[in-house]
Design a protein around this ligand. Structure first.
Ligand code: NAP
Length: 247
């Protein structure tokens, strides 16, 4: 008898939650554990899915975890820019000879009317902004530090949770989740007199409203290019990921 399948799904993305929900509903014979980093205070968790929260402690910690728990398959469905976790997942899977794959959603493609300037990193994004700009920094709190070296900017930040610590520089803070409707994002950019959008090419439907809003308003977008893809097999659609998960 083959051993029962036990999937560890590394999440933190809408697609990971969707895959977890689908696998949970469709395959009761597969044990599933969804893992989140714990960056959001009240994450929206897929109902009924077994979940753990917090880091593993690097490659070593993850390798120990999968061995002790008896995980048989590892799917990395973290964000395309979560390079540390993806690297650790590939390395731990290699070390434990564990079947492993990464789900990667397609990057957004430039459309007519988009005013994109693509750059390689956060510092290049910071340096691309003209003097006195008021950029909307659609970036996680751990990624905004380089902008403190540009006191001439008046950035706007959005956070799901009100930060527990002071911001690293003077900025306008908005709390709430990104809107799905481009018109709402456009209204926010207009109300805040935003001059530029700075973001990553995350791909996916959820974060796209801000890109569409920038296009509609003719706002320049400083777009940070994707990092290199993770090692190992890459699954580029939800159906491909489901097929891999369900074996
Ligand atoms: P990262 O730099 O690649 O990861 C940093 C550390 O956080 C990892 O080494 C790991 O700690 C822990 N970690 C990350 N994802 C985890 C998961 N799913 N389960 C358990 N531990 C996890 O990642 P990041 O850019 O900080 O992103 C953190 C999380 O937010 C990711 O899960 C990602 O999917 C999500 N997210 C990221 C972005 C983004 O722009 N980067 C955007 C939206 C969502 P240990 O080394 O201790 O195991």
């Amino acid at each position: 008898m083959p051993e029962p399948r036990f999937v560890l799904l590394l999440g933190g993305t809408a697609e990971a939650s969707l895959l977890a929900r689908r696998l949970h509903a469709e395959r009761t014979d597969i044990r599933l554990l969804l893992s989140l980093a714990g960056r959001t205070l009240a994450p929206v968790l897929p109902e009924g899915v077994e979940t753990r929260i917090g880091g593993f402690g690097g490659v070593e910690g993850l390798a120990d975890f999968v061995t002790t728990a008896g995980v048989t398959h590892l799917l990395d469905a973290t964000h395309p820019y979560a390079v540390g976790m993806s690297r650790n997942a590939a390395a731990a899977a290699r070390r434990c000879a564990l079947p492993h794959a990464a789900f990667l959603r397609p990057a957004w493609q430039r459309m007519e009317g988009d005013l994109w300037q693509e750059v390689d990193c956060l510092r290049a994004a910071r340096d691309a902004l003209p003097h006195g700009a008021r950029p909307f920094l659609a970036l996680g709190s751990q990624h905004v530090a380089p902008f403190r070296h540009r006191p001439d900017l008046s950035p706007v930040l959005r956070r799901v949770d009100a930060p527990s610590e002071p911001l690293p520089f003077a900025a306008t803070l908005i709390t709430g989740r990104p809107a799905d409707d481009p018109a709402e994002e456009a209204a926010l950019f207009r109300a805040e007199r935003v001059t530029h959008l700075v973001c990553r090419n995350s791909g996916g439907a959820r974060g796209y409203a801000k890109i569409a809003a920038a296009r509609a308003l003719g706002l320049p977008v400083i777009l940070i290019r994707r990092p290199p893809e993770p090692d190992g097999p890459i699954l580029r659609s939800l159906n491909a990921a489901m097929a891999w998960l369900a074996g």
